[in-house]
Ligand binder design. Structure first.
Ligand SMILES: NC(=O)c1ccc[n+]([C@@H]2O[C@H](COP(=O)([O-])OP(=O)(O)OC[C@H]3O[C@@H](n4cnc5c(N)ncnc54)[C@H](O)[C@@H]3O)[C@@H](O)[C@H]2O)c1
Length: 424
């Protein structure tokens, strides 16, 4: 059997490590470089630094094909397709911070015969700017659509694989496409700028769907409709679809907030005011804050009240807390004078500093003991499986604000709770 092409991965965070592990599983030797030596050392020992279902098993099972290093030279010597998976966080202005991407390009120097395969989410125009400045380097845009919590499945069974290349890099793009040849999913071969826009526009569209249903939820609360029923009825229209129509207390995470604001800023830099995205962002911010009003409706002033946040991670099955709604709520509740306690099955410790003065509980029971109200922030399965009657006995005031419409409201009411969902 022909030897599979070795590949390089630069940046072994969520996207980089999943990419490295999945390509190793597909039979490729992967030379994966990070600048954080503790991370590289841990990975070399088989220790995976994040909570992602199936990832540890994949890293362990492909150890002989996964080569972790801090040395860019080792990657350049062994691979010519270099998947760039470094972080592109937001700057204060909302633009994407490309300093890590620029550092990767600078590390390539004058090397010939290599191509950057960009998986990091970057502003439209980034690829063409790099090619203008570094004509010796090939450039392929290959945006990543995996979701934390189901990243391995998403990588191995993609809806689509988007590959963007301009003249001069089509040969590299063919080789990138060949890497995915055993995976299902549509192929979208296009130019670099369009590939970059597919990624930003996809995230912006999903965020728009969320803010839209959240506004429908808020109006439904006033008019006596139930947003879950409304979403069910809407989602059966195949032009609309049922996904991303779950009303809640707003989106968070490392991608949506930054990508939506990056696209808005990108448009603004060209002189175009992207009005819709301005509203999407504003609705999302207000949605988080509406939770405070729901607690106050039952408790009056929150000064001195014990409020529990169930869930810290921005979504279930991950320990990622970047831009998590829990962080905003913790700060706002403390600003209102409440004492905040949090519980999350995996994510609290990593968020200790970001949670300010909130107390971290080791169990749901400890978190709810004597509480004057609880807010379900992250829809971890274990919260649905709790013995809520027993929890009611522990709480001082049996009040639940279900920020994800995740719990069985009528059963909770029957068990003696005051229950507030979103839009119902
Ligand atoms: N996390 C997601 O769900 C997701 C999904 C799709 C796309 N993306 C995009 O992928 C990119 C990476 O996201 P992430 O969540 O994996 O980030 P991350 O912060 O988890 O990982 C980034 C890694 O890059 C490393 N790094 C930084 N500079 C480096 C350099 N010069 N050389 C080598 N390593 C370097 C960091 O140490 C870190 O380990 C971002 O642009 C993000 O928007 C993320």
């Amino acid at each position: 059997m022909a030897e599979k092409e070795p590949i390089g991965v630069i940046g072994v965070g969520w996207v980089g490590l999943c990419t490295a592990a999945c390509f190793a599983e597909l039979g490729h030797h992967v030379y994966a470089r990070d600048i954080v030596s503790e991370r590289v050392d841990a990975l070399s020992r088989g220790q995976v630094p994040m909570h992602e279902p199936g990832l540890s098993e994949l890293v362990g099972g492909n150890a002989e094909r996964l080569h972790f290093t801090t040395d860019m030279g080792e990657v350049l010597d062994n691979a010519s397709l270099l998947f760039c998976c470094v972080d592109t966080p937001p700057t204060y202005s909302g633009d994407a911070d490309l300093s890590r991407v620029e550092a990767v390009i600078a590390d390539l120097g004058a090397s010939e015969g290599h191509a950057i395969v960009m998986k990091s989410t970057v502003p439209v125009g980034t690829g063409r700017s790099i090619v203008r400045r570094f004509p010796n380097v090939g450039y392929v845009s290959n945006p990543e659509f995996l979701k934390e919590g189901s990243a391995i499945k998403d990588f191995m069974s993609p809806d689509r694989v988007v590959i963007g290349a301009d003249d001069g890099s089509q040969g590299f793009a063919d080789r990138v496409e060949a890497l995915y040849s055993t995976l299902d999913g549509a192929r979208v071969r296009t130019d670099v700028a369009s590939a970059e826009m597919v990624k930003l526009a996809s995230n912006a569209f999903l965020a728009t769907k969320i803010s839209f249903i959240n506004e429908i939820a808020n109006v439904s609360e006033e008019l006596g409709a139930d947003v879950s029923e409304v979403a069910r009825g809407m989602g059966l229209d195949d032009r609309i679809g049922p996904k991303f129509l779950q009303a809640g207390i707003g989106y968070g995470g490392s991608c949506f907030p930054k990508d939506v604001s990056a696209l808005k800023q990108l448009a603004g830099n060209t002189g175009y005011h992207f009005q819709l995205l301005t509203a999407v962002i504003e609705v999302n911010e207000l949605q988080k804050r509406r939770t405070i009003g729901k607690l106050q409706k039952h408790l009056g002033s929150l000064v001195g009240k014990e409020i529990t946040l169930l869930g810290v991670a921005f979504k279930p099955d991950t320990d990622d807390v970047r831009e998590a709604t829990s962080l905003v709520l913790s700060a706002r509740l403390q600003g209102e004078g409440a004492n905040v306690r949090v519980y999350d099955p995996v994510a609290s410790e990593g968020a200790r500093e970001m949670l300010g003065g909130a107390t971290i509980a080791d169990s749901v029971e400890e978190a709810l003991d004597g509480a004057d109200g609880a807010v379900l922030v992250t829809e971890w399965a274990e919260f649905a499986e709790l013995d809520w009657s027993a929890m009611r006995e522990r709480m001082n005031v049996p009040l639940i604000v279900d920020g994800r419409n995740f719990l069985d409201g009528p059963s909770l009411v029957e068990a003696g709770f005051s229950y507030e969902g979103i839009g119902r």
